[in-house]
Design a protein around this ligand. Structure first.
Ligand SMILES: [Zn+2]
Length: 273
């Protein structure tokens, strides 16, 4: 699943390749998907978008936002670029055929929102609306005092995974990027927040900032793909690619466990339960 680093990378690539080009035709919901969400009738997307120019794109949490004149497209799924005469994907939830013969398409991973909104309007989908309101962990407003303000009376009982990667507390920080953040902080995912020392909280804050910045600067994670279908340049320490291999820091064998309805990857040497 794409998360904040990939949405920022893909948005930058859209700015470099498609900005200013008009949409010739928009097709939404061509391949009905149980966990794909739209705003209003997807059949109306073409009327909202055709003839209008692609404007600025940006990564907002786990969503790629594209301004299209008086509208905003907000896509919670990877977007792919297709050159002229290149075949379009067999299945897609959103296809934008552009006036120069190229195209952009988006296909849901496990789920995804494909929203087409009047500019300035809320989507009515909590995850996206919250991500728009809260500071991005890649920005300066997300500093140590802000990070501390995310903790409240209920936090001590939460695990580190639940604190960092649920409730959109930190926009775009999901179960994927979480693994390397916790490894870099040397915190085991099931540790209760109330048991973390001041030094561990500081390590957690620094890991959120530095790991997300590194993933973004290096073009996203190697487990995900960019606008052109290429894997990202950030080599994940903990992911499906590395389970069973030795930890780069301590040589312990990296593990996979299931926790809170998702996989967690850990190093038994670096992250003590
Ligand atoms: Zn280790």
């Amino acid at each position: 699943m794409i998360e904040l680093p990939e949405t920022v990378v893909i948005a930058d690539q859209i700015n470099a390749t498609a900005a200013g080009i008009r949409i010739a035709r928009a097709v939404a919901n061509a391949s009905p998907h149980r966990f794909a969400w739209y705003t209003g009738d997807p059949a109306a997307y073409n009327a909202h978008l055709a003839g209008k120019a692609i404007g600025r794109a940006g990564g907002v949490g786990a969503t790629i936002e594209i301004e299209v004149e008086d509208r905003v497209l907000a896509v919670g799924a990877p977007i792919r670029y297709h050159a002229q005469r290149e075949p379009r994907p067999a299945k897609h939830q959103l296809l934008l055929e552009l006036a120069d013969g190229t195209a952009l398409s988006a296909t849901a991973q496990m789920w995804g929102g494909f929203f087409c909104l009047p500019r300035g309007e809320k989507a009515g989908f909590l995850e996206y609306d919250l991500a728009k309101e809260r500071p991005s962990p890649l920005g300066d407003a997300f500093d140590r005092p802000y990070f501390d303000s995310l903790r409240d009376a209920g936090t001590p009982k939460l695990s580190a995974k639940a604190f960092l990667a649920t409730e959109q507390r930190i926009p775009g920080l999901g179960n994927g990027v979480l693994q390397d953040i916790l490894w870099a902080a040397r915190v085991y995912p099931k540790r209760k927040m109330g048991t973390l020392s001041e030094a561990e909280l500081d390590a957690l804050f620094r890991a959120v900032k530095t790991v997300l910045a590194a993933m973004t600067e290096q073009g996203g994670r190697d487990t995900e793909r960019d606008l052109f279908g290429r894997p990202g340049g950030y080599t994940t320490v903990l992911s499906k690619h590395t389970v069973g291999q030795p930890c780069p820091a301590c040589r312990s064998i990296l593990r996979k466990e299931v926790y809170m309805g998702g996989a967690i990857y850990t190093c038994p040497g670096c992250q003590k339960a």
